[in-house]
Design a protein. Structure first.
Length: 296
């Protein structure tokens, strides 16, 4: 790499034409509406930022996609479909929703931006933070399984496959965060840790490279917290029945046989993943769950 940075964050070589958009704390996006406060994470096709919606006076997550022209953003299509077909069913509250979308034109191209609900830690984060426990308390585990199934039912009625269902994509809702002042918000999420970006040859940075990287953060995790509701998140691999991808990268431990054997794919790939998540249930119960969902 031609650049260095002391913070563990997204790879700097992805800041190029077609790649990430350079973002700095305090940036105001979409005509000044969304003020960037912190980084929540990054992936191969996006960076995700915590921001203040100055229009609604709420906290949101802004997902900024790479600008690669061949990057098919099925996620936007799926989330727009969900937003347009609000069914008012109990399961809808267990799906992450899109609140807004806009585009950014920057030095690395034009980037699709999604404004999403700001959520807390994932189920996997909760387990990782408490290495002494191998499983969630029974009542909480049953609640999570039930809510995930309710969310799946809504998706499947619309013939939408999530296609990436696992514990890292089940996140806890934290409605109390919306009542915080900006200073309190940063106290909860932690002051941003940044690392200056430098070129190894000492030359100035190109316009498409950020001046610094921000270490990702998340809402503090406490097993005793009153986490009561989860939402299915990250629709990056999701698809509609008429736009099935050729390849799915669902994690191998929860990957459906039809994915592995390259059979026809549809929304029912989620049923195998969900069965893996609740694999402690008796086999008969899993068959009933699969049968009920197949009927939707």
């Amino acid at each position: 790499s031609t650049h260095t940075c002391d913070v563990d964050a997204e790879p700097l070589h992805r800041y190029h034409k077609g790649g990430y958009h350079p973002v700095h704390l305090g940036d105001c996006l979409s005509d000044g509406r969304y003020k960037v406060l912190h980084k929540l994470g990054w992936g191969g096709y996006s960076t995700v930022w915590a921001a203040r919606d100055t229009g609604n006076q709420t906290y949101v997550a802004v997902k900024i996609a790479v600008s690669e022209p061949n990057h098919q953003n099925r996620e936007t299509t799926v989330l727009r479909t969900l937003a347009a077909k609000h069914l008012g069913q109990p399961g809808y509250q267990h799906l992450m929703t899109m609140q807004d979308s806009f585009q950014i034109s920057g030095p690395n191209g034009t980037h699709e931006c999604l404004v999403l609900e700001l959520l807390g830690p994932s189920v996997a984060d909760l387990l990782d933070a408490h290495s002494g426990i191998e499983r969630l308390p029974g009542t909480l585990a049953k609640t999570i399984a039930k809510q995930a199934l309710l969310g799946l039912c809504v998706l499947h009625e619309l013939k939408i496959a999530h296609a990436d269902l696992h514990t890292r994509n089940l996140a806890f809702a934290i409605p109390t965060v919306q009542a915080l002042r900006e200073e309190e918000f940063l106290q909860n999420f932690g002051q941003p840790e940044i690392g200056q970006v430098r070129r190894k040859d000492g030359q100035p940075l190109a316009p498409g490279i950020p001046r610094y990287l921000v270490k990702p953060t998340s809402y503090p995790i406490d097993l005793k917290s009153s986490f009561k509701s989860i939402k299915i998140v990250d629709f990056g691999q999701s698809f509609l029945s008429d736009d099935c991808p050729g390849v799915l990268n669902t994690p191998l431990p929860v990957r459906a046989p039809e994915i592995i054997f390259k059979d026809k794919l549809d929304y029912r790939v989620d049923l195998w993943s969900m069965a893996c998540l609740v694999s402690l249930a008796p086999a008969l119960e899993l068959i009933v769950i699969r049968g009920k969902l197949l009927d939707t």
